[in-house]
Write a protein that binds this ligand. Structure first.
Ligand code: PRP
Length: 215
C-alpha cells in the first residue's frame, strides 16, 4: 500500500497560466508541480493517518520554522476537524522551533537552531514533528538528536515532501505527503532566500530566478 504520493522525475506539472500565481513571481517559475488543492487533500488524509496511530494520547505538535508553518497550520486544522467530529478526541498543544541550513539552493552542512521554545518542555510527551521538506535529512537528524536529550515519550515525524536525491542520508519520516524529484521547489512556505513563501502552489524555480534572488 502506498504511503506517499509519488511525483515522477518526468512529471511535467501544470502551466502557470492555468492557476493564480502572484504577479511578482510570474517570470520566476517554470511550472506548478503540486497545486494547492492537492496539497490540502493529501494533508487531510495525513491528519487521519496520524490520529489513527497517535490518537490515544495528548499530542504536542512541534512546527519546524519557517518552512513548516503553512503545512503545520493546515494539518492542525484537519486534526481539529477530526477531533470535533469523532466520538474519541485527543488534546493537541503546539510548540515551535526554528532551524536553518540552506543558503541559495545549497545546504550549508550546518544546521543552526535560531529560535524556539525550550525543548525540555517536551519531556515525557508524545511529540509530532511537522516539517515541510526532507532533503539530505540532516535537519531532521539534528532535531531528533536534540529531542532525544529531553526524553520525550514518543516522537513521530510528518513531512509534507521528501526529495529523491543522492544527497539523502537515508532518513525517512514516519509520514510523508509527497515524494518529489530532485528539483528546487518553492511555494506553500518553502522559500528561496526567503522569497516565494507567499505563493500557494508548490512550483519549480527557473534558473534565472536562482540568479535573481541569490545572496
Ligand atoms: C529547509 C526545510 C527543512 C530543511 C530540509 O529549511 O524547511 O527544514 O531545509 O533540508 P535537509 O533535509 O537537507 O536538512 P531551511 O534551512 O531552508 O530553513 P527555512 O525552513 O527557514 O526555510
Amino acid at each position: 500500500m502506498a504511503s506517499f504520493l509519488q511525483i515522477a522525475d518526468d512529471e511535467k506539472g501544470h502551466e502557470l497560466e492555468l492557476f493564480c500565481v502572484p504577479k511578482h513571481y510570474e517570470n520566476d517559475l517554470e511550472r506548478v508541480i503540486i497545486p494547492h488543492g492537492l496539497i490540502k487533500d493529501r494533508t487531510e488524509r495525513l491528519a487521519r493517518d496520524i490520529i489513527r496511530d497517535m490518537g490515544g494520547h495528548h499530542i504536542v505538535a512541534l512546527c519546524v520554522l519557517k518552512g513548516g508553518y503553512k503545512f503545520f497550520a493546515d494539518l492542525l486544522d484537519f486534526i481539529q476537524v477530526l477531533n470535533q467530529n469523532c466520538d474519541k478526541s485527543v488534546p493537541l498543544t503546539v510548540d515551535f522551533i526554528r532551524l536553518k541550513s540552506y543558503c541559495n539552493d545549497e545546504s550549508t552542512n550546518s544546521v543552526k537552531v535560531i529560535g524556539g521554545d525550550e525543548l525540555s518542555s517536551l519531556t515525557g510527551k508524545n511529540v509530532l514533528i511537522v516539517e515541510d521538506i526532507v532533503e539530505t535529512g540532516r535537519t531532521m537528524k539534528t532535531l531528533l538528536a536534540l529531542l532525544e536529550e529531553c526524553n520525550p515519550k514518543m516522537v513521530k515525524v510528518v513531512s509534507l515532501l521528501v526529495k529523491r536525491t543522492p544527497r539523502s542520508c537515508g532518513y525517512r519520516p514516519d509520514y510523508t505527503g509527497f515524494e518529489v524529484p530532485d528539483e528546487f521547489l518553492v511555494g506553500y512556505a518553502l522559500d528561496y532566500n526567503e522569497y516565494f513563501r507567499d505563493l500557494n502552489h508548490i512550483c519549480v524555480l527557473t534558473e534565472e530566478a536562482k540568479e535573481k534572488y541569490k545572496v
